[in-house]
Design a protein around this ligand. Structure first.
Ligand SMILES: Cc1ncc(COP(=O)(O)O)c(C=O)c1O
Length: 392
């Protein structure tokens, strides 16, 4: 019983076959534009650029916003490593912040930091400590749980700080804005980044996208993603570009998968609801919930064990594995990654605690309610055994 695996059906294979027969399999296939249009329509953004991974999307996003070696970028501590690596590709520095009870960037801390620890000079926000410009903030919608960062938007506009949404895990998740309008994750900041990796809500094998409402950023991203071609006949390139576009086969799979996204989310919602019911009366086992009034894609479920330590949580996961139940720890906080230890952190408390005793539990759309009941029962049973056994 798996965390999350790809589900390829007959329509997917037919779409793939058809694009392969046509020969239009490269990044210049028209079907890539078709996928981009469908994505924009689904996310309700003006533009989308289909790419070969979510990591490329974040890298390109930072690049077109002008992040370089003189800049700093704020990131949440609990996220996949691909949120932070592209900052380093560009020679910039991350500043690592804590997360809130939903594992999302602690917005109140970021506001406090900008107000107290930076100054605004020559239209740039300067970190008083390092004297470097804070160019962007990456807000990640963790495990598909929508992060409402609306309070930050005004301040960032005033301070010329860009907001990039890492919505790699959040296709089909929406924030309920103050105007009571549901906005798709990735469509509220300057740029949103999506991933269609094999474990995601929909997959193109490997793939990603940038979504944005800003035409200038859109044009720049399209240009750089496709080798910065200024004259295709004479092979003139006026900038250093990337080979980041999605290919035709991936786009065909994406279009086919996107047709089923509502069904996929409803299957995952049932799983969340059942876990929620099964753990309702457990004092020491807590299922991660989500921000009220947001609408989420229920990508991955997380449980935390109040009374277990790091090793006991590992032992529990090993016992579950013997019953064919796959679990993993949550993303290791960036501040605990050795190669990132040299970077500035701000007030990190929750993330380190959550990492000790939280596990990602099977959330795959193919799981039945009886599977979920079985998983829940084993979790409760082993939790009790491990808690009673002081030596474990
Ligand atoms: C939060 C987050 N950011 C970025 C990525 C990178 O996406 P990709 O694997 O498509 O490069 C992922 C997932 O894989 C992710 O979970």
């Amino acid at each position: 019983m798996k965390l999350s695996i790809p589900h390829i059906n007959h329509s997917d294979t037919q779409s793939l076959k058809s694009v392969m027969k046509s020969g239009w399999i490269s990044t210049s296939a028209r079907i890539v534009n078709e996928f981009e249009k469908k994505l924009s329509s689904f996310c309700k953004t003006k533009y989308s650029i289909a790419l070969n991974s979510g990591t490329s999307a974040i890298h390109l996003g930072l690049k077109i916003l002008g992040v370089n070696k003189n800049c700093e970028v704020i990131v949440p501590s609990i996220t996949f490593i691909a949120t932070v690596n592209p900052i380093l590709y560009l020679g910039a520095k991350p500043i690592i912040f804590d997360v809130d009870q939903y594992h999302n960037l602690k917005i109140s801390d970021v506001i406090q930091f900008i107000k107290n620890k930076t100054k605004f000079k020559n239209k740039r926000t300067i970190n008083k400590n390092t004297k470097k410009e804070i160019k962007a903030i990456i807000v990640a919608h963790m495990w598909g749980r929508a992060c409402d960062f609306s309070e930050l938007t005004k301040l960032c506009k005033k301070r010329n700080i860009y907001i990039i949404e890492d919505a790699a895990e959040a296709l089909g998740s929406y924030v309920n804005t103050k105007r009571k309008k549901l906005k798709h994750c990735g469509g509220m900041g300057d740029i949103g980044c999506l991933s269609f990796n094999a474990n995601k809500i929909i997959t193109t094998g490997s793939g990603g996208a940038i979504i944005t409402n800003n035409r200038k950023l859109y044009l720049k991203a399209q240009y750089l993603a496709n080798q910065a071609k200024d004259d295709t006949f004479n092979y003139i390139h006026n900038e250093c570009g990337y080979n980041y576009k999605m290919n035709g086969m991936a786009a065909a799979l994406g279009i086919s998968q996107l047709k089923r996204i509502k069904k996929k989310i409803s299957l995952r919602k049932k799983i969340y609801k059942r876990y929620s019911l099964n753990f309702k009366n457990q004092k020491n086992i807590k299922l991660l919930s989500f921000q009220e009034k947001s609408k989420i894609n229920y990508w991955i479920n997380i449980i935390s064990f109040k009374m277990l330590n790091f090793n006991q949580t590992y032992n529990l996961s090993q016992k579950l594995l013997k019953k064919n139940i796959e679990t993993r720890r949550i993303w290791r906080p960036l501040n605990l990654q050795t190669f990132l230890k040299k970077f500035e952190t701000y007030n990190i408390i929750n993330s380190n605690k959550y990492y000790l005793n939280s596990l990602c539990i099977p959330s795959d759309e193919g799981l039945s309610i009886s599977d979920i009941n079985k998983i829940s029962d084993y979790i409760k049973k082993y939790y009790k055994i491990i808690k009673l056994n002081k030596n474990s």
